[in-house]
Structures are given as structure tokens and as C-alpha cells.
Design a protein around this ligand. Sequence first.
Ligand SMILES: [Cu+2]
Length: 251
Amino acid sequence: MRGRVKTLGLNKFVPVWFAILLAFPAVLPLALAQETDTADGDLEWYVEPRNEKAGDIKSLFNLTSYIALGVFVLVEGLLLVTIIRWRKNKTVPQEEEHRGHTTAEIILTIIPALILLGLGVVSAQALVVMDEVPEDVDYTLHVEASQFIFQVEYPTGNKTFSEFIVEEGTDVGLTITGKDVIHALWIPSFGIKIDANPGRLNTQWFDVPMLSELDGDTYHVQCAEYCGNGHHGMVATVKVVPQGSRPDLFG
Ligand SMILES: [Cu+2]
């Protein structure tokens, strides 16, 4: 049929596509703005950062999400314009039909490449800061993960199980290994996520603010690597205590 574009007849679903496409970007900013309270140790899906490190991770997450949102709105918007403009039963003059557009293709290749490159550089910078354990950490906790507990050894040699006791206002070093299978230590409020592999010692660190700057003293810890049938229950807590209050652990 000359002058007409064949379609699959999907235009009767256009209102449905509209609803789905508009719902997603509407929900995302709401979710990003969600304030949560994990001070009672309960895990919320979007955790408020309690230290600088977790704050940096959140900023990076937000940056990536907003760029993704912008790309989503742009691409889906163009798609919708195209669907509506060239929908069935609408006569399209032949001169408006285009095949290929080199300039557009070059631009649409370069812009995503620059976005990915930029995000890659920012992420790499953040990773270096997060992974490099400072030499002057105040103390180091040795963590051994096993089905389904975290054993924590303190500078005095004493141990706790599924409870990380840390002093306020300190930088904490972590060394972590797995005893049986691969686990992962995840402390969302303090920006920690690190694998616990048998036969290997991984290192991380995090800073603990003063109790007066925190909204509580207990935060959630979860194993973040499926490690067996009891994995879902492999939870623990970080408990922040005043400096000097636990000589049995920190000497
Ligand atoms: Cu696990």
C-alpha cells in the first residue's frame, strides 16, 4: 500500500504503554527520597548512610540512577513520539520516510560512551578510596564467616558471635575469611560489602561516627552471598559503644 506504513496493530494498547512508562519514572524519585530508620537493627531496602563511606556509595548510586532515569525518559519519549506519529491508519508522505542517519548514529554512540566512561572513572575513584585500608586504623577486627554465623575476634583475642562491637569515633580495620563456603559480609549503614572466601584473607575498613552523631547504637549486618539453607538467617548486628567501655575487647 503506497504511502502507508504497516503496523502490528498495537496502537490500541498505547494507553497501557503510556501508563507503564509513566509509572516507572514517577516511582523512582519517590523511592530515592525514601527516608528509613534502621536504628532498631531492622533492615530497610534503602538504607540511610551512617558514615562518610556509605554516603559516598549513596551519592554514586543516586548519580547513576538519575542519569539512567534521564536516558530512560529520553529514549521512551522518542519511542512514543515515533509510535504515535507513524501509527496505523495515518498516511505518511513518502518524503518523510528515512533510512539511516549517520550523524545521529555517531552522536548516539558517542554520548552513551562518554556517560559510561564518566561513571567508570567516578566509580573507580570511589572503589580505590573504599578498598584502601588506611595505615592508621585504630584497631582491626578479624572476621571468620561460617554456616551461619560471623565470628569476630578483637585485639585482646576475645571473640563475639554475630555481633560486631565497635567504639565510637574510630576507624575500624577488617580482615575477613570464610571457614567452609563463600559468604559475604554486608553492613549497609557503614558502606561495607566484602566476600569471605575460604583460604583467602580480604581486607576492608570503615569509620564509626560518635554516638552523638548517630541515631542509635545498633545496625544491621547480613550475609550477602547465598551460602546454604540457613543463609537467610545469617544476620548479625553492629553495636557502637563509648570509647573505653569495653577493655575486655579493645584492651
Ligand atoms: Cu550467606
